[in-house]
Write a protein that binds this ligand. Structure first.
Ligand code: ATP
Ligand code: MG
Length: 392
């Protein structure tokens, strides 16, 4: 029944002179997302984006894809009538209502837009005459011009367009309108959610995963690739760096006090991620940290972790409770993958009693034990990182 979708956007409408950049990006993101599904034509016009569907397409699948594109506030499925002849138009609108509203005990209002100024009826006439036609055809329907249950919009151009359904989009801004960030992606619940949230603000994503074979298995790595694939449905393509972290972890384990292991390890993770971020042209790092969630995420620990990077570190979950994070993870379909029980490189080397209030001076002092080899090891880790293109 629906041959097109009208895409409305909210926040990007506010961008003043740069507005066209956001509109173009939204159009392009929608086109890219729909390309694998068939021959959809996406164009922009008058403060909105218009999607023309191929002759045959799957409505649910298409809606599912559109509801994952950031920057869309709502999606209206549109009936396209090839003729604007008045009889065809009224019949078309009536047939649409008959098919879409089995219970017609509703109040309604007709709204009309007329691009073709030579059309024999003015907009108010279209509203009035269409209303009269509908009241006659569906006596159970009633007009309410102030607070109708349903607004039927009729746009008359060469063809006619009819719509009344508004389905919510995700909001946010089109990916690619706000630079790029490097996500530290582990196999846990939090970091995929953090990446999703930053991408929602228009930021494209690269990702880094620290792998510690043979202590962490191929399946643990595959889980991270799977998670990257899940969030790539929202963020678009992600370049995922898999860094072999084993030697560095073992070296820290040998040289530093065990209760400081996690913090020192996290500091080197940030350093490596920052280097890869620079290489990728990223403007910030993203982590799934949340204050107080574990020993390595107390305010003291976060300060110690943060100290090693100069790039801004974005922590969108910083004040979220676990349950709130889990709800988003479920919504974006990463939760089930995240809870698969594969070992994590952090848990393997974890001390029984990790410091919860690390003192930066003490940590720096311990790190001096690493001076001999650490620079070369960091370089090797960066240079040998495997690069996987996810969601391409
Ligand atoms: P998550 O659910 O994201 O794994 P977590 O509660 O397990 O979080 P930590 O293990 O302390 O928390 O990690 C904090 C953050 O550090 C993660 O959210 C992630 O951004 C990053 N991180 C941790 N381990 C790794 C790893 N192996 N590879 C990449 N990033 C990691
Ligand atoms: Mg983790």
């Amino acid at each position: 029944m629906f041959k097109a979708f009208l895409i409305k956007y909210a926040e990007i409408g506010l961008k003043g002179k740069n507005r066209f950049l956001f509109e173009n990006a939204l159009r392009d993101r929608i086109q890219e997302a729909l390309n694998p599904l068939g021959n959809f034509m996406v164009s922009k016009e008058q403060g909105r984006v218009f999607v023309e569907c191929p002759e045959v397409y799957d409505y649910e699948e298409t809606m599912g894809v559109l509801q994952k594109v950031f920057g869309i506030s709502s999606i209206c499925p549109v009936v396209v009538l090839d003729s604007s002849d008045w009889d065809d138009l009224t019949r078309g609108v009536g047939d649409y209502i008959e098919a879409s509203y089995p219970d017609r005990h509703i109040t309604f209002k007709v709204e009309a837009k007329r691009a073709d100024k030579n059309y024999p009826r003015t907009s108010p006439e279209i509203c009035a005459d269409m209303g009269a036609y509908l009241l006659k055809r569906f006596p159970e329907m009633k007009v309410d011009v102030h607070e109708p249950d349903v607004r039927f919009t009729v746009e008359v151009r060469t063809k006619s367009y009819v719509y009344s359904i508004n389905l919510p989009g995700l909001g946010g801004m089109p990916v690619g309108t706000n630079g790029k960030a490097m996500l530290l992606l582990s196999g846990g619940i939090d970091s995929p959610v953090a990446g999703y949230m930053i991408a929602k603000r228009g930021v494209s994503m690269a990702a880094t995963y620290f792998h510690a074979p043979p202590y962490t298995s191929e399946r643990a790595k595959q889980k991270v690739v799977d998670l990257a694939e899940k969030i790539a449905k929202y963020t678009g393509e992600i370049k995922l760096y898999v860094v072999n972290f084993t030697d560095i972890q073992l070296y820290i384990y040998d040289q530093c006090p065990h209760e400081e292991l996690t913090i020192i390890m996290r500091r080197y993770m940030m350093k490596i991620a920052e280097k890869l971020a620079e290489k990728e042209g990223c403007l910030g790092l993203v982590t799934g940290e949340s204050i107080g969630q574990v020993a390595s995420q107390t305010m003291h620990s976060l300060a110690a972790t943060n100290e090693v990077c100069t790039m801004p570190v974005y922590r969108p979950l910083i004040a979220f409770d676990k349950q709130d994070i889990v709800e988003i993870a479920e919504k974006i379909d990463t939760f089930e993958t995240s809870i698969q029980p594969f070992e994590d490189c952090c848990t393997i080397f974890v001390a029984k009693h990790p410091v919860t209030k690390p003192n930066i001076k003490t940590i720096q002092h311990s790190e001096r034990n690493l001076e001999e080899k650490i620079d070369a090891m960091l370089e090797t880790a960066i240079n040998t990182a495997e690069c996987i293109h996810v969601g391409a």
